[in-house]
Design a protein around this ligand. Sequence first.
Ligand code: PA5
Length: 447
Amino acid sequence: MNTLKIDIRHTQNWVSQGEIESYAQAFADAASKVYSKTGAGSDFLGWVNLPLEAEESIIKSIEEDVLKLKNKIEVFVVIGIGGSYLGTRAIVDALSNEFALRAGHKPQIIYAGHNLSQDYHARLLKYLGNKEYAVAVISKSGTTTEPAVAFRLLKTHLENKYGKQAAQQRIFAVTDKAKGALKGLADKEGYKSYIIPDDVGGRYSVLTPVGLLPIAMAGFNIRELLRGAADMAQWVAAEKDINKNPAALYAIVRNILYAKGKTTEILASYEPQLNYLTEWWKQLYGESEGKEHKGIFPAGVTFTSDLHSMGQYIQEGGRHLFETTLGIAVPGEPLQVPFDPENTDGLNFIAGKDLDHINKMAALGTRLAHVDGGVPNISITLERLDEYNLGQLIYFFEIACAFSGYMLGVNPFDQPGVEAYKKNMFALLGKPGYESETERLRKLMKA
Ligand code: PA5
């Protein structure tokens, strides 16, 4: 079932139907690079068929681990950064009730290793002092500094708390099948391990055990997530009409807008639980397209909150912006504005109306205002916020990103630019092998 909807009518002052048609060949070339694995980075296209070929044995093993653990632990700590954490957080936050994290006796999901903050990690360790907990350490390379440091802290904490042997039963490693320090450690200590396929890069990995293990541990249905993604994969692969193929349309329209100077895309949602979906999307598009001094800058806002801050810039600031609005058609909970006979606040004109209706009118009013102000709008709507629809959305953004990156002329699957800070950090910390770099930085700092 294809439930995701894309609406590009509010880009028509900038993008004509003729221009969309003129990108048909560019799109066909990009799609062929994805499906025939002939483009740059083609070794990293394993995610394309992943939802269609999800291995039952892996899903079963994850479900068994969840069953074994979920009533024994209060907290599940997910250690990872970038693609090894953002997808999980996007899905878990989107599906969670922020006021009742423990509902259904599922463990609370907490994150570590996505920053190097001493205070964050010290507070986390204190919090875990009197909690029953387990840990998943997730790193494709198995060598990333932030999660490696956090894991060393948590491993020590777990071993002190439970003893070495019992601690081992509370640690899961999700990493490469052969490479990296984490793999070596997992083998040596005998941690339960899940493999990240060779041909799936970090930011495209949420539908591998990277995301599936913690999402299942949070109590959500990973089979439905995969089913949604599989339906989207089939739809996008089969639909040859670019006007009916949501991923083709999104990739084409954003490339046309970019060519016309709309160099910043703002993903706007009206649901605060989608904040991390926005963060995941920012990573996916920023890391995939921002290279060779090209690429749309991905930004994110949550409305209506940010209408009272960034709304000013979007309405009247620099005109290099376009907006992509993420909407949810059907809310999960009923809530209406009550009638007040005194009407002192003057709100009786909306009494009896769903709060969601008011939110949607705010969204429509905002879209029309921003379009009037010179900001084109693409609108993406999910039927409801559940695993199935989120699976569709995740796959939609992934495949559209691959198409879009190839249309832009970059390799959407590498991230050479993230190495620069690492090299400097290692040199500044005196890591063996970085001596000449340290010298270069000393000179730079003096200059
Ligand atoms: O998309 C990517 O490849 C990156 O964002 C990685 O996910 C991130 O750097 C973490 O890498 P790793 O999983 O190797 O620790």
